[in-house]
Ligand binder design. Sequence first.
Ligand SMILES: NC(=O)c1ccc[n+]([C@@H]2O[C@H](COP(=O)([O-])OP(=O)(O)OC[C@H]3O[C@@H](n4cnc5c(N)ncnc54)[C@H](OP(=O)(O)O)[C@@H]3O)[C@@H](O)[C@H]2O)c1
Length: 261
Amino acid sequence: MDLGIKGKYALVTGGTHGIGRAIALALADEGCHVAVCSRSRERVEKTKQELSAKGVQCLGVEADVMKDSDIEKVMSLVGRQWGTLHILINNVGGGGRWGSEIVEETKEETWLEVYNKNALAAMKFTMRTIPWMRKQKWGRVVTITSIFGREAGGRPWFTMAKMAQTALMKTLAKKAYLIQDGITFNSVAPGAIMIAGTGWEKELKENPRQVQDFIHEELPLGRLGTPEEVANAVVFLCSQQASLVNGASIPVDGGQSMSVL
Ligand SMILES: NC(=O)c1ccc[n+]([C@@H]2O[C@H](COP(=O)([O-])OP(=O)(O)OC[C@H]3O[C@@H](n4cnc5c(N)ncnc54)[C@H](OP(=O)(O)O)[C@@H]3O)[C@@H](O)[C@H]2O)c1
């Protein structure tokens, strides 16, 4: 299927590792020009090389989304180089393992940091991108949430922040003046995804028995997901064909979550 997004300009926050990197590469495979930002220069450079090898334009910015000045740096580089964005992927997030199971022992700072990293960062990039999308009468905003952006469970600061991301996308999706300008707002909610060098891989090395039990009991598919499987759903939401999908929160979890909606 031709997804009809060749030549579109895309930004993937945290697009240098894991799910974000898989999305950046998948968008480039569809012929999109892709900008990525993240804190590590090494990761940014490596991803830029991978994107360039696909024959598309790419931009890479070292930036920490917790800092407004870095968000401005990303957006002004995109503005100077491309003058617009058609696709925004709010991928930076996390904090599901931060703090302690004893919630009242977890510092207020953790709640604030997790909210900032997930919900406020997504809001800030989205607000700065909407004017470009309105002007060109076309846009796709996809935020990477979690199954805990759709149902209870997990650590409360994480679930609260992921629910806020889902609410942000759904509420913007109800704004007729934005939708009639050709913009859609959706969320993709991954379940447990195996990513080299992060949470699940580490957990598997440290507590293999527990992870195997988790997989057996919680994952109907009998395995963890891959970043590419998440990217496939995201890229479809960015396509021309997804024009009627607006305000959706799509679980990509192999059936892990409990919600029936
Ligand atoms: N993996 C899972 O099982 C899973 C499940 C549900 C939801 N999710 C969600 O999926 C999204 C991606 O997670 P992931 O597992 O793919 O993470 P990951 O492999 O750790 O990658 C995170 C990416 O974001 C960048 N990043 C992290 N903090 C940043 C910051 N403050 N400013 C700018 N960039 C930052 C990282 O690069 P630098 O280190 O260079 O900054 C990296 O490129 C998150 O929203 C997460 O909550 C993941």
